[in-house]
Design a binder for this molecule. Structure first.
Ligand SMILES: [Zn+2]
Length: 341
């Protein structure tokens, strides 16, 4: 999922996002509830009409962003009170209000409100946090209006402790959700630990329902998590990197600000057919970033999203054809071509 934080995938028109092959975009409850406000979005026809995205939209619960407002938030058993990073105004998010906001936004897939357990945390702290999330998941489910074509996902917490992940997955599947996310990862535990948790958690989730690893990741993270059974991802990496001249390509990561691209007439990624690669040279992209022209971030965001979508399509095809291992090995080997140059 490309991330459309404030009702836009930054630097991209909705048509451009569609052209990358993306089928589902993510919207952020926290940002949209503060500006322009969930009720206003509802009066304007919902998020999908508002942003000209007529496919499905997944919204997060707002929990992750609120929890990261250290010092500006107060957590209790019922919910969380926080101050807006925009104007300091006080707001309250409970499982019921989060689900209501996501319904007002018109989210196709809503997420339960949870506490993203800070890392590092002791086993006792992680257990209390996970159990709070489990109670909130139950309340989120009760608040969610079941309707045709709309889904609610639960979120497995439990930090890096296998027993706690097991308890969380068991509790959530007993409540019953349309899909299951693995939360609380990519928060500083490192890739090896993240893969360990994913490997332990995935088999505890129903095989026939989507599994979503939240906030992940680099192309290498995606390949490793797909190999361990994950279906869905969201991450700001392709869009954020695109705005800072970093390109993810079939030949590895390039920084287009680098002087070595000054007279490089080749396309950024010969294997890519996005507009940036099909019509422009590395030298031109380099020039755009050197001059701080806004077309640079636009073209590179488009390219990165195109690359991520193509990566996922390739992995899907490889799974279907039973050659995921070989395909992953080939992708990883090719990343060193560009760097070795
Ligand atoms: Zn491209």
């Amino acid at each position: 999922m490309p991330v459309g934080t404030a009702g836009t995938v930054k630097a991209m028109t909705a048509d451009a996002v569609r052209a990358t092959g993306a089928k589902l975009v993510l919207g952020n409850t926290y940002h949209l509830m503060l500006r322009p406000g969930a009720e206003r979005v509802a009066r304007l026809g919902g998020l999908r009409a508002f942003m000209d995205w007529h496919g499905p939209v997944l919204t997060d619960s707002g929990g992750f962003q609120v929890m990261s407002l250290a010092g500006l938030r107060r957590l209790d058993q019922d919910g969380v009170t926080f101050r807006s990073h925009l104007d300091g105004s006080e707001h309250r998010l409970t499982p019921e209000r989060s689900i209501e906001i996501q319904r007002l936004l018109g989210a196709t897939i809503s997420m339960v409100l949870d506490e993203c357990t800070p890392f590092p945390a002791t086993e006792t702290e992680t257990q209390a946090s996970m159990q709070l999330s489990l109670r909130w998941a139950q309340r989120s489910k009760a608040a969610f209006t079941v309707r045709e074509g709309f889904a609610l996902f639960g979120i497995v917490q439990g930090g890096v402790f296998p027993a706690l992940r097991g308890e969380s997955a068991g509790g959530l599947t007993a409540i019953g959700f349309d899909g299951y996310a693995i939360g609380g990862l990519a928060v500083g535990e490192g890739q090896e630990k993240m893969f360990e948790v994913v490997e332990h958690t995935v088999p505890l989730l129903p095989a026939g329902q989507p599994r979503y690893l939240m906030g992940v990741g680099t192309p290498d993270d995606l390949i490793g998590a797909v190999a361990r059974g994950v279906d869905m991802f969201d991450c700001v990496i392709p869009t954020r990197a695109g705005r800072t001249a970093r390109a993810y390509t079939s030949e590895g990561i390039f920084n287009l600000r680098n002087a070595r691209f000054g007279e490089d007439a080749r396309p950024l990624d010969p294997a890519c057919d996005c507009p940036g690669c099909a019509r422009h040279s590395r030298a031109y992209l380099h020039h755009l970033f050197r001059c701080s022209e806004m077309l640079g971030p636009m073209l590179l965001t488009w390219h990165n999203l195109h690359y991520y979508q193509a990566l996922m399509r390739g992995l899907r095809a490889a799974i279907i054809e039973g050659r995921l291992g070989a395909h992953a090995e080939m992708l990883r080997a090719a990343w060193h071509v560009g760097e070795a140059e």
